[in-house]
Design a protein around this ligand. Structure first.
Ligand SMILES: [Zn+2]
Length: 291
């Protein structure tokens, strides 16, 4: 009897008992105990049991520190769980350009620097070494980070083999150039429209030298480019050369930008393949794997 009473007291101290008592099912309790340490379990016990918490915890890209933000956004927006996680991880539960941080440029692999509406490049940031793109591949006076020029050329020639004609319309842009472009769009299109397709100075990937706007003659940077064989080829093959379609369709709530079938960002072959295969954005990849 004494031993049983002692055991009962000990059992009440376990997380299994506490979680069950708190309202979690046996299955969920097992799952929570398996995946989270005491510190995190204590945190969960401070909150009301909520079946959404367990669903969130099971998402591939769940980040524990974001838990309260996921729940808050879920209350606000009628969206799929996958999207709730993606949005919070990409910070888009916040207003664009709020809480702007300096882009983390001292990263070992410069191809993975994140620049978006929450991460800004310093005004003087520019590629280590720039190289002019041959007029064979681009309109006049386009410049690229020299370290990715070979990869780009390989991609161009692979497309050429299929009788497709790629042409670079825009490549590296300095802080100053971006500022001028953005200001001229503000003047012609107004702020609300402009912010959906044009980055503020310091917030453009083009300043990295790793972003290329690629089209085919006759299309320019228009949504119609999506209908071309060149686009279809890029969509399925760019990752083999380290490039990703950076602003996919219907992802404005994550990337902050309207669909841009022409904008490709170099991230290296391994990361590009992962992003392609898992259909996630670079913003999400960064939050989950790099931040
Ligand atoms: Zn672009």
């Amino acid at each position: 009897m004494i031993i049983n009473a002692y055991n009962a007291i000990q059992y009440r101290k376990t997380y299994e008992y506490k979680l069950l008592e708190h309202g979690y099912s046996e299955n969920d309790t097992g799952f929570l105990k398996k995946h989270f340490d005491e510190h995190r379990l204590d945190y969960l016990l401070e909150k009301n049991a909520d079946e959404r918490i367990v669903l969130l915890l099971k998402d591939d890209y769940f980040i524990f520190d974001n838990l309260d933000r996921y729940l808050a956004l879920w209350d606000d927006e009628k969206r799929e769980l996958r999207e709730i996680v993606a949005m919070v991880n990409a910070n888009t539960d916040r207003d664009f350009y709020s809480d702007v941080e300096s882009a983390f440029v001292d990263i070992d692999n410069r191809y993975l620097i994140l620049v978006n509406k929450f991460y800004q490049l310093p005004e003087d940031f520019k590629p280590d070494e720039k190289e002019a793109i041959s007029s064979m591949y681009a309109y006049a006076n386009r410049v690229i980070d020299a370290s990715i020029y070979d990869e780009f050329k390989s991609m161009w020639h692979a497309a050429d083999q299929e009788d497709l004609t790629l042409i670079v319309q825009s490549a590296f842009r300095s802080f100053e150039a971006q500022k001028n472009i953005h200001n001229s769009f503000l003047a012609s299109h107004g702020r609300e429209a402009t912010e959906r397709f044009s980055a503020r100075a310091g917030h453009s990937e083009h300043q990295l030298g790793f972003a290329l706007d690629i089209t085919t003659p006759g299309y320019g940077l228009t949504q119609a480019f999506e209908e071309t064989d060149e686009f279809k080829w890029l969509k399925e093959n760019a990752h083999k050369f380290g490039f990703i379609l950076r602003y996919p369709k219907d992802a404005e709530h994550i990337t902050g930008y309207l669909y841009e079938p022409w904008h490709y960002r170099y991230v290296g072959e391994e990361v590009a393949a992962y992003i392609y295969q898992n259909s996630i954005t670079f913003d999400e990849y960064y939050a989950y794997y790099l931040k």
